[in-house]
Each structure stands twice: as structure tokens, then as C-alpha cells.
Design a binder for this molecule. Structure first.
Ligand code: MRU
Length: 356
């Protein structure tokens, strides 16, 4: 069944609390979690109940609304709660962007509760439109490559999860793929497993399976070989922060895919809404803060046992050291283009600066 844009990673429920899909249990169990307070929103971002640059921005925005309600419009308490949310993860700029937009409303409003709710909803609604547009523009690129190369089957490689679980409502990297399915294109997706948290193996595969899109999960080290063998027509990933010079931070391992793509003349695109640009960051490789996450994510693997229980099992010697960088930065020179709602943007200061 084609992706209809009916999926939601989060919504305000009948009690006006924020209900989110608890992504920690996918693909094994579809559970939701209800967030009633700003602190609940902050915790859900920190513990990865919700993840993906766009969706953490949305949860942050609704978190500020929850703070406004909780503190009955008291601006200094709301501000304090908003700043806690703003620092809950460091790399994805949509989080800071959304909180700053909400703080602007807090500063300007008399009816803070009502206006915060309206603003959080507006951000979510805008994301839906942005990702639809990204899908259309990205799919035009797919059609152009197919026409130029006279191929009637198309293979995309993607890394991490940049689907509707990561950004409302069509995703960023997956939006052109959903659109391709709508247009009747014969599309197949190579899904990087994306160690250590396996967002590709557990989330992207789950999304694509649900939408009926052909896909194959591959171990993270397989992409280079596939590109060498001519089995990848295009790489599309999302981004967590893109600097003014076009350098793009995305899930750890993205940089290696870009290097392999360059070596094999495979077009390498990043799909993102304009809210993922950090216009204040001049140079991504040197200036974007990279989150360092818990060693447990490397030591332990989540899976389901034969009795249907979701379990974390250790795969390493307990005493071995690990390091867990959550993201890396792909230099602009390796990126073919940035697919945004405003069109395809060249990864350089002049083109990106125009979007400010
Ligand atoms: O650590 P995560 O799962 O939040 O990382 C998510 C990614 O890196 C996505 O690729 C990125 O957010 C782009 S999708 C909006």
C-alpha cells in the first residue's frame, strides 16, 4: 500500500497530552508513551523514546507548550523548562530551532498557553508540508537519473532512519522514496543497519515494510561493495545539522558512505528541511558538536528472544573500552546536492546563505 501521509510519530491526544510512538521498542512492539510535562518531553528526547532531528524538534516545541500549561503561563518557569529541553541532545539543530521559536512566542504573548499550543501545532503542520515538497523534488531527481541512464529499476541506499518516525510526516531521506512509490517507480532501498542503535535495521525497515516498499537490510560495511558493483543508483540520507559551508552532520557512518559514493561516481544527496541549516555555523567539520553517547549502546544489542521478550544482550567483553560518537560530518565536497523544500541547493556558502 502506498504511503498516504497518514502516519504520525506524535499527536495531541484527547486529554491534550502529547502521545508519541515509543521508538525504543520498534520493530518488536508498537507502544505509545504519554508526555504530560516538560520534564516528560525532556526525558523522552534524552532516552530516545523519540529521535530523529525533526521529531525531537516537535517534541521540544510541544514540551514548551506543556511547560506553559504546567506553570500556568509563568514566563520565567517556562523559560527554565525550555532551556532544559533545548540542551537535551546537542547535535540536531531542529531542537534548538524549535525551542527558540517557542521562546519567541512566550516572550511576545499575553495568552502564553494558547499561543504556545498554536505554535507547536504550526511547526508540526509546516513539517508535513516541507517533507511533502522534499519528496516531490527528490523524486524528480530520481526520475532524471533514470531517464539519463535509461534504467527502469532504481536502487537507493540510505543510512539511519530519516522517515516519518524522524520527521513529520513523510520523512526527509525517505520522502522521495515514498513519492517514487506513489508515481509507480520500481524502487528498491538498501537499508544500512546503522550500528550501534540500528535505526536502519529496526526503524527504516519497519517503515518500508509497512509501506510495501522493496528493501534489503545490509550490514553497515556493505555499501562500498554494492557501489563498486554498480548496485546503487543514488545515496540519500537525512541530516541533523548543516553548516553554512554545506558540511552536513548525520548519523555516524554517513561520511564513509559519502566517500564510497564519491569514489564510485554515485550521486550522494542529503534531504533536509530548511530548519536543519545552522546559518551561524560557518564550518561543519570543525564546529558542529558531536554527541557522545553511552558505551552501553556499543556493548549491548537489543533484540527479541524466542519467548517474545525484548532483551538487551551483551556482545563484547565487559572490560573492553568503547567510544560511541552519535554523528559524523560529511564535508560539502562529497555532497552532490541538498534536497530542501525550496529546491536543490548547492552545498556552499553562497547558495545556503540565500536561504537565510
Ligand atoms: O540519533 P538519532 O536516531 O536521533 O539520529 C537520527 C539521524 O541521524 C537521522 O538521520 C537524522 O535525524 C535525519 S532525519 C530528520
Amino acid at each position: 500500500m502506498a504511503h498516504q501521509g497518514i502516519y504520525k510519530a506524535l499527536w495531541l491526544n484527547d486529554n491534550d497530552n502529547l502521545e508519541v510512538i515509543d521508538q525504543r521498542f520498534l520493530p518488536f512492539e508498537k507502544k505509545t508513551r504519554i508526555l504530560k510535562t516538560a520534564n516528560d518531553a525532556c526525558e523522552a528526547i534524552k532516552d530516545m523514546t523519540v529521535r530523529g532531528a525533526g521529531v525531537i524538534g516537535n517534541v521540544a516545541a510541544f514540551g514548551v507548550y506543556l511547560a506553559a500549561r504546567e506553570f500556568a503561563g509563568d514566563k520565567s518557569q517556562i523559560k527554565q523548562a525550555a532551556m532544559n529541553i533545548r540542551t537535551s541532545r546537542p547535535t540536531a539543530v531542529n531542537l534548538m530551532w524549535a525551542v527558540d521559536r517557542m521562546l519567541n512566542i512566550v516572550a511576545q504573548s499575553d495568552d502564553v498557553v494558547k499561543n504556545c499550543k498554536a505554535e507547536a501545532i504550526a511547526i508540526a503542520d509546516e513539517d508535513v508540508l516541507r517533507t511533502q515538497k522534499i519528496g516531490e523534488i527528490g523524486c524528480d531527481i530520481i526520475e532524471n537519473i533514470m531517464a539519463k541512464r535509461k534504467i527502469n529499476q532504481f536502487n537507493v541506499l540510505t543510512h539511519c532512519n530519516a522517515g516519518w518516525l524522524a520527521i513529520l510526516d513523510s520523512g526527509s531521506a525517505l520522502a522521495p522514496i515514498y513519492e517514487a512509490q506513489k508515481r509507480g517507480i520500481d524502487i528498491h532501498v538498501w537499508v544500512d543497519e546503522t550500528r550501534p542503535r540500528n535505526q536502519g535495521a529496526s526503524l527504516t525497515s519497519w517503515e518500508l515494510l509497512d509501506a510495501g516498499i522493496k528493501h534489503t537490510i545490509i550490514p553497515d560495511n556493505t555499501g562500498g561493495h554494492l557501489m563498486q558493483q554498480g548496485m546503487v543508483d543514488m545515496v540519500i540520507t537525512g541530516a541533523d545539522r548543516v553548516a553554512l559551508n554545506g558540511d552536513a552532520a548525520n548519523k555516524i557512518g554517513t561520511y564513509l558512505k559519502a566517500l564510497a559514493a564519491k569514489d564510485n561516481d554515485v550521486p550522494f544527496y542529503i534531504a533536509l528541511p530548511i530548519s536543519t541549516f545552522d546559518f551561524a555555523c560557518e564550518d561543519g567539520v570543525s564546529d558542529i558538536e558531536i554527541e557522545i553517547r553511552s558505551e552501553d549502546e556499543v556493548h549491548l544489542m537489543r533484540g527479541i528472544d524466542r519467548h517474545g521478550n525484548v532483551q538487551d544482550i551483551r556482545i563484547t567483553p565487559e572490560e573492553s573500552a568503547t567510544i560511541n560518537y552519535g554523528f559524523d560530518v560529511t564535508p560539502a565536497r562529497l555532497i552532490t546536492g541538498l534536497i530542501t523544500e525550496a529546491g536543490i541547493i548547492a552545498p556552499n556558502k553562497d547558495a545556503i546563505g540565500e536561504l537565510k
